[in-house]
Design a protein around this ligand. Structure first.
Ligand code: TXE
Length: 502
């Protein structure tokens, strides 16, 4: 107990409420943690505000802040086995995937730790030697960081690392389903001697913790990763106090395969794009768009291989992917597939819960391929966020681009072809924030991440990721000030600029 971290202290929820965390792979109890309410959230906001106004962190030189981030990276590296295990128990994902995630977490802290050291502002040439003008970067203030359950620590660190590098204080609200690695992160920040009140952790529901972060006048910025419906509410709540807002709201990502693509590569990446982490990835290539000439052969091979994907829990070394996050999410996927079939989709494989004895207590769903889906239909429009791949056809380059852009999302997409010119032409025309060519899913901490259209507002990672957490202040100094007399000019005298006494 006492898993809320507020003002540098571990405390329990004021009302004494708790929540059981269960592993989605088998329903086993992982932990019982505090469940905060609005009053706990308000104490955390208050602690973050005080640390911002009076604490040392916002005034610490940026290079020193960077050093602390590098130390945090080293401490997580030391403890990465415990972190990965905790992540797998909360999410049900394979341990090997959590290990990759922890490597990405460490790289992210390193990247922003190094970037912080170069945050020196810049001189602006005013074109006049009597004017000194410069831009300095300052922290925004108190940040409300709201994160989802699919990559719990990585999503949190994409926000925490730049927020700290820029000198902000924050309140982190992880998904109520996956709090464990956020608790470990607070312990690590404490060990690294981050000043009290800079990092605060509140565990609990969207209504009791997330909503107050978006609404509270003492929160200056809210950064949210999650679903489109919730993100829309967060943006509306934040508007009342004109907060800075960053949103990453998922996608319905097209993966275009031209007839001249390398066949084996296209098949392999199409499967990874769709079924990694059982499709619970914001950039999942859930919409396969295949050129007519290759369609049947490619789909047959994808269906054959998809039908052989092995499911299992975090520590099953034979498993290729794991369960869905919860029974409720499993039901949502079932409804999605049922709706697609009602619209006329053809089920080529999957479409049901597995019947294997060793999977019976988990939230598993068989990797599923649906063909004959129609452009504009529910299945093509809506994000399933599960192991479901829909397949559409196209005739030529223009047709591929038109179909791939026909979505209100715009997070990511893939293009497979051996023709380099064509790949670049198509990438340039796709209205999606990241385009992978003959690849799918890699991301780089030094490159930006963010969505076009309704996939998001603002950018994460890269230099722009840090800029989200900064205010740029222009300081303009006149080195030789003199009265200008733009109005009520006094009569001319022999000594300009002084009132005549005559
Ligand atoms: O997410 P929510 P859910 C998509 C995916 C999924 C759907 C719903 O399609 O099926 O979203 O998933 C907190 N004010 N993504 O319901 O509700 C909540 O407690 C403030 C895409 O799990 O968006 C959690 O911490 N916060 C995605 C966080 O918001 C609120 C990753 C995300 O939860 C809140 C996950 C409120 N009113 C789901 N209500 C991606 N972009 O990667 C809830 N929350």
């Amino acid at each position: 107990m006492a898993e809320l971290f507020i003002g540098g202290e571990w405390v329990s929820a004021l009302a004494g409420a708790t929540r059981e965390i269960r592993c989605p792979a088998d329903g086993s109890l992982v932990a019982t943690v505090d469940e905060a309410d609005r009053s706990d959230t308000e104490s955390a906001i208050d602690a973050a505000r005080r640390a911002f106004e009076a604490g040392p962190w916002p005034r610490t030189p940026a290079a020193q802040r960077g050093d602390l981030l590098l130390k945090v990276a080293a401490l997580i590296d030391r403890d990465k086995a415990a972190y990965a295990r905790a992540e797998s128990l909360d999410t049900g994902k394979r341990l090997v995937e959590s290990e990759y995630d922890m490597a990405d977490v460490i790289s992210c802290f390193r990247y922003f730790g190094k970037l912080a050291a170069h945050e020196s502002g810049r001189i602006v040439d005013a074109g006049n030697p009597d004017i000194a003008s410069r831009i300095v970067y300052e922290p925004v203030g108190v940040c409300g960081l709201i994160t989802p359950w699919n990559y719990p620590l990585l999503q949190a660190v994409w926000k925490v690392a730049p927020a700290l590098a820029a000198g902000n204080t924050f309140v982190l609200k992880p998904s109520e389903l996956t709090p464990s690695t956020a608790i470990l992160l607070m312990r690590t920040l404490q060990e690294a001697h981050l000043p009290d009140g800079v990092a605060n952790l509140v565990l609990g529901s969207g209504a009791e913790v997330g909503a107050p972060l978006a609404e509270h006048p003492d929160v200056d910025l809210v950064s949210f990763t999650g679903g489109l419906a919730t993100g829309t509410k967060v943006a509306a709540a934040a508007a009342a106090t004109v907060k800075k807002v960053a949103l990453e709201l998922g996608g319905k990502n097209p993966n275009i395969v031209f007839a001249d693509a390398d066949f084996e590569t296209a098949v392999d990446y199409a499967i990874t794009a769709a079924f990694l982490h059982s499709g619970q990835v914001c950039s999942a290539g859930a919409r396969l768009i295949v050129q007519n000439e290759l369609h049947d052969e490619l789909v047959d091979e994808i269906v054959r291989r998809t039908g052989r994907i092995r499911l299992g829990g975090p520590f099953d070394s034979m498993a290729e992917t794991g369960p869905l996050i919860s029974a409720a999410h499993l039901e949502k996927i079932e409804h999605y597939v049922a709706a697609a079939m009602t619209e006329g989709a053809t089920l080529r494989t999957g479409g049901w819960r597995p019947e294997d004895e060793h999977l019976k207590d988990g939230s598993y769903y068989l990797p599923t391929v649906l063909t004959d889906v129609k452009q504009g239909s529910y299945a093509v429009r809506e994000e399933a966020f599960g192991p479901v791949l829909t397949v559409e056809r196209f005739t030529d380059e223009d047709d591929a681009v038109r179909i791939a852009n026909d979505t209100h999302y715009g997070l990511a997409g893939g293009v497979f072809t051996k023709d380099g010119d064509k790949a670049q032409r198509v990438a340039a025309r796709l209205r999606h924030g990241t385009i992978w060519i003959n690849d799918y899913h890699p991301y780089l901490p030094q490159a930006e991440w963010g969505g076009f259209k309704r996939s998001g507002v603002g950018r994460e990672l890269g230099r722009a990721g840090l800029a989200e957490y900064q205010e740029a202040k222009h300081i303009y100094q006149n080195l030789r000030p003199q009265p200008q007399y733009w109005f009520s000019r006094p009569p001319q005298t022999s000594s300009p600029g002084r009132e005549s006494t005559q």
